[in-house]
Ligand binder design. Structure first.
Ligand code: HSE
Length: 412
């Protein structure tokens, strides 16, 4: 029997307890032993829960108990989650987590501490909820030089955009529906402003390219400025708007080249499989030089899908008890090794105000002779939408120095 401690008995922590209680015999059949939840650390009491007697309020109880070999951290937030994880690793306990903020910000350091103490720091649940993505990328695709990772990484924003696309809802109405359904987190800011997706693409990028960047240094746009008019313009162009986390090598042939990384709304053309990933689902496309393109799809949020990934990490630890040499998956890099996003080639969907259709069309053609003007002269009502050929954001802004209504990247 393996004794574990759960840190944080919220939605995911409760889900982990549920999965273990429900599937313990199945787990034992696969690993040879049952999991015993010895402690649950939380500020609250849970007198009516079957595991209510395991609740403690002092991390010291867990750290000083040699019987606890695995700590599952599902507290959320950077502190004290980072501090407790670090202390558990230093006490020689394995740590598994769903906490993308801690993994994205402190992942390199915590993996080094884990390696030094011959224990593991695993985080399958930190990206894509229940979708297996971390271990497939680090094990099954290990033979490849990966050169790009693109994903719909946030279920809440994908739900909101799906409602805007399918039901013609405004951003505000779609957000309040997402909140009513319990999809949006307590503070929706991290979802709708792209912060949650940024942490996730930072983790995937670190795994793919072996170096991690601070989420604070990543170009991050959310979906708060997306309007029904943008959605309609994307549809005219033959696509849908999705919030995409994108990271890649600036030179696909050179693994040492600078990494580009951003989170931003993108127009995804209908022939790209990411265009049909709707509602709260997530999907991740990984490109490797041997395997080609691989796509992962599933439920990116929710208590049981996320718990499924957390418990899988515990099972991974139980299944490899004999191993005690671990190599961190990435090291920290400085922002100097990031490719400048303003110089990254993209086509852009642009909407701008115009007094006169013919004059605006002439200005667009003067800047970009190959631009595709989406708004027909007959439908002109003071705004004009067009798509540029491949250019850079800097060149676009130089060509149209007056404020534009919207500038949305088109996924290559
Ligand atoms: N708020 C996140 C989402 C939860 O909507 O995807 C999972 O990380």
């Amino acid at each position: 029997m393996t004794n574990i401690a759960i840190l944080g008995f919220g939605v995911v922590g409760g889900g982990v307890a549920d999965v273990i209680l429900k599937n313990n015999d199945t787990i034992a059949r696969k690993t040879g032993e049952h999991i015993h939840i010895k402690y649950i650390l939380d500020l609250r009491e849970f007198p009516d829960h079957p595991l209510g007697d395991r609740v403690v309020h002092d991390i010291g109880v867990i750290l000083s108990d040699p019987e606890v070999t695995v700590v599952a951290e599902m507290m959320g937030g950077a502190h004290p989650a980072y501090d407790y994880s670090r202390a558990a690793l230093e006490a020689g306990k394995h740590v598994v987590t769903s906490n993308k903020e801690v993994v994205a910000t402190f992942g390199a350091e915590l993996q080094e501490i884990a390696a030094a103490h011959h224990v593991r720091y695993l985080f399958e649940a930190s990206v894509g909820g229940g979708i297996p993505i971390i271990r497939p990328m680090s094990s099954c695709l290990a033979a490849n030089q990966l050169f790009e990772v693109d994903g719909i990484l946030n279920g809440t924003t994908n739900y909101i955009l799906t409602q805007m696309i399918r039901a013609g809802k405004s951003f505000e109405d779609a957000l309040s529906e997402a909140q009513k359904k319990g999809y949006a987190e307590r503070n929706p800011k991290a979802d709708i402003e792209g912060i949650d997706a940024c942490r996730k693409i930072c983790i995937l990028s670190a795994l793919a390219f072996g170096k991690s960047f601070s989420p604070d240094d990543i170009h991050t746009e959310g979906i708060t400025k997306i309007t029904a008019e943008d959605v309609a313009a994307a549809e005219m162009y033959g696509g849908v708007i999705k919030l995409i986390g994108r990271a890649g090598l600036s030179n696909t042939e050179d693994p040492e080249s600078d990494v580009f990384m951003l989170v931003a709304p993108h127009v995804i053309l209908h022939d790209n499989p990411l265009s049909s990933v709707d509602d709260v689902f997530n999907s991740i496309l990984v490109r490797g030089n041997a395997v080609g393109d691989v796509m992962f799809y599933g439920r990116g949020a929710g208590n049981l899908p996320t718990a499924s990934a957390v418990v899988a990490d515990i099972i991974e630890i139980l299944s490899h008890k004999e191993t005690d040499v671990f190599v961190p998956a990435w090291t920290k890099a400085s922002a100097d090794a990031l490719f400048c996003i303003e110089a990254l080639p993209y086509a852009f969907l642009v909407r701008m105000e115009a007094g006169d259709y013919m004059a605006a069309a002439a200005a667009i053609r003067a800047a970009y002779p190959d631009a595709e003007i989406l708004t027909a002269a007959d439908d002109f009502k003071g705004t004009i939408a067009f798509v540029t050929p491949l250019t850079t954001e800097k060149a676009l802004r130089d060509a149209f120095p007056t404020p534009l209504l919207s500038v949305i990247r088109v996924m290559p």
